[in-house]
Design a protein around this ligand. Structure first.
Ligand SMILES: [Zn+2]
Length: 104
């Protein structure tokens, strides 16, 4: 499965195919291998591709890169911000600041 960030102009609203969350097209992810054209939110796109234990690079508060592993699935905070738990840190860490090692 290859799910990529899908940014399109003009911007429109759609719904995540998995969790039905309302998402902006600019935040949507599309599954390149699906025969139907479906969108996923960042959280669902992540969870479909990267299980807990995935090696990741995170960018910390000082802008430095750290190698670690996820230790949960991703979820949305109350304001819709996607986060995931990582080894060596408590609470959720912003998914926007994390990328899998094999794609860096
Ligand atoms: Zn979703």
């Amino acid at each position: 499965m290859r799910i990529v960030h899908h940014s399109s102009e003009p911007e429109f609203f759609t719904h995540c195919y998995s969790c039905n969350k309302r998402i902006k097209s600019i935040d949507a992810f599309a599954d390149l291998d699906s025969t139907a054209f479906v969108y996923y939110c960042h959280t669902c796109a992540w969870n479909k591709q990267y299980p807990p234990g995935t090696e990741v690079i995170l960018t910390n508060d000082f802008g430095l890169s750290e190698k670690t592993r996820t230790r949960s699935i991703a979820w949305d905070l109350g304001d819709g911000t996607p986060v995931v738990k990582v080894a060596g840190r408590t609470g959720g860490y912003f998914l926007q600041r994390i990328r899998p090692v094999d794609e860096s």
